[in-house]
Design a protein around this ligand. Sequence first.
Ligand SMILES: [Ca+2]
Ligand SMILES: [Ca+2]
Length: 183
Amino acid sequence: MIGIKLTFQLITHPLHISHHFFGWVHKKDNTYFNEGQLASKGIEQLAETGSTSTLVSEFQALTDNNEGLSTYTGSGLNSGVGTISIDITVNLDFPAVSLASMLTPSPDWFVVCINVNLLEEDGGFVIEITVVGHVYDADTEEGDTFSFNNDESCPQESIREIVEIPLGNGTFVKSSLCTVVFT
Ligand SMILES: [Ca+2]
Ligand SMILES: [Ca+2]
């Protein structure tokens, strides 16, 4: 086993803050948060309210099914720029990490780093790696501004990457919005 210090650095529009973030250590090639699939109840709750309680339950079931090692819930940030650090443990069977956190305020937008594999081909663990987060719309709530409590999406469609204003410029979202450093 190896302990890894994870630094979560969320850089957003100055007016906006992040919420708690959720982390899961799991087997390689997990696709739980990927775009193109329907958001689970846990992802909906995280994306709309920032709460991680339902996600923790969902991932505990996956962990009990031997798909993961453990879950983590980090603190929030009280401004749009900052760093959250936690210690996580990975091992040869469970060398990968996925992270998710709500963007606040937003209808159902969240940042994710999916399936970050910390095991190198030579069997060692990475010393340091920097990963740029994606910004996704869970498609569980309507609304295209920095706002809460919009109508439900009906019908709910797949999780998709956001590139539109106000987060993006219509083509992409600046990579500086969310960067995660594993050291
Ligand atoms: Ca939405
Ligand atoms: Ca909803």
